[in-house]
Design a binder for this molecule. Structure first.
Ligand code: SF4
Ligand code: SF4
Ligand code: SF4
Length: 351
């Protein structure tokens, strides 16, 4: 089917939203509550458009296309409504972009930029009561920047199924709470960081990354999480001059679709740890001495051969690991059973 957006004929498929078609054809549509993973929300009303035959402005993230639909995105009425949404959100929080951790990748900041909202035109809210919660080991919450989009709530509830976050209180006092309004560090949060990844603004940020580098200064390196056999896809945000990983985010593709566990997201200190093992060593006279791989492998093979020869194959046992590939675990099992002739093989994931 085809629809028309600002006079341009656009190919569309049944079930697609107007937002999806508009973006696929290069139109700018600001969104704050919509996220592909948390789905249609229709809360923030930043994505509105005029649609012929429909009363008032429609949220493009919720309206599905119909053949022949005529959509206006770039009208003064639409832009005025979008500017008002952004203006009200900027006015109702403490948006000190200069020092905000999200500066440069904030969706509210981007919407203000593209819509030409230079500063809040309403009296800025008194945010004295807004809580700053840094009780969690890995996540910092700043209520004064929260725009109540609900992406964190939907992510925690529906995507990772932890159900820690929800909206509490009512009206102007509405806020995101952990469990029964506990500090995050005292709640049932498992610190997976999914809510941080979904938050469009600086209301939820990774604690370890605070002050460690601006988004535009960090190199982005796509790789596979080193921890287990699931093989989650991650992006490392690297401070190249200091050769340090500053932050890890999940890539929104198979198998993890952006989700990570606490180890994958926050356990990234080991590559640059001063005590990290970087080469093989053999203990001689009580001291570990650096050797070549050939020497280390020859020494190990010789010791196994000698000990098994003296005491029989059952003195040998091997332990596989979830941190290596299936193929490596298979080779280890084959070596243990077919070469050493013992069934003493186990795996850390079995217990
Ligand atoms: S959350 Fe966004 S708009 Fe608010 S201070 Fe941070 S960067 Fe600026
Ligand atoms: S870190 Fe994970 S478990 Fe904790 S609140 Fe966020 S999404 Fe929920
Ligand atoms: S904390 Fe972030 S994701 Fe959650 S409601 Fe507030 S702005 Fe949205």
């Amino acid at each position: 089917m085809q629809i028309t957006i600002d006079g341009k004929r656009c190919e569309a498929s049944p079930g697609q939203t107007v937002l999806a078609v508009a973006r696929a054809h290069g139109f700018y549509v600001p969104t704050l509550c919509y996220h592909a993973k948390t789905g249609k929300a229709g809360k923030c009303r930043a994505c509105v458009a005029e649609i012929a035959g429909m009363r008032g402005l429609q949220t493009t993230c919720t309206v599905e296309v119909k053949d022949g639909m005529v959509v206006r995105l770039d009208s003064e009425k639409v832009r005025k409504a979008q500017r008002l949404v952004v203006d009200l959100l900027l006015s109702s929080g403490r948006h000190d972009c200069l020092s905000c951790e999200k500066n440069g990748e904030c969706e509210l900041q981007a919407a203000a930029y593209y819509l030409g909202v230079k500063k809040p035109s309403f009296a800025v809210a008194n945010d004295e009561a807004a809580k700053f919660d840094d009780t969690s080991r890995f996540v910092v919450r700043d209520d004064a920047k929260c725009i109540k989009c609900g992406r964190c709530v939907a992510g925690c509830k529906n995507t990772v199924c932890n159900d820690v976050l929800d909206f509490g209180f009512r009206s102007g006092r509405t806020k995101v709470i952990c469990d029964h309004d506990q500090p995050m560090g005292a709640s049932t949060c498992v610190q997976c960081g999914e809510c941080v990844q979904l938050c469009p603004v600086g209301a939820l940020v990774d604690k370890k990354a605070v002050g460690q580098g601006r988004v535009w200064d960090l190199a982005k390196v796509n790789t596979t999480c080193p921890y287990c056999g699931v093989g989650c896809q991650v992006t490392m945000h690297v401070d190249r001059p200091r050769n340090r990983i500053v932050k890890v985010t999940g890539r929104e593709c198979a198998p993890n679709e952006g989700m990570l566990c606490v180890k994958g997201r926050y356990g990234y200190d080991f590559p640059s740890h001063p005590e990290r093992l970087k080469y093989p060593m053999i203990k001689r006279d009580g001291v570990h001495v650096r050797v070549s791989w050939d020497e280390a492998l020859d020494y190990t093979a010789d010791r196994i051969r000698t000990i098994v020869g003296q005491h029989g194959p059952d003195v040998f046992s091997a332990f596989g690991s979830g941190r290596i590939t299936n193929e490596n675990n298979y080779a280890l099992a084959k070596f243990t059973r077919a070469v050493i002739h013992t069934n003493n093989i186990d795996h850390c994931a079995r217990t």
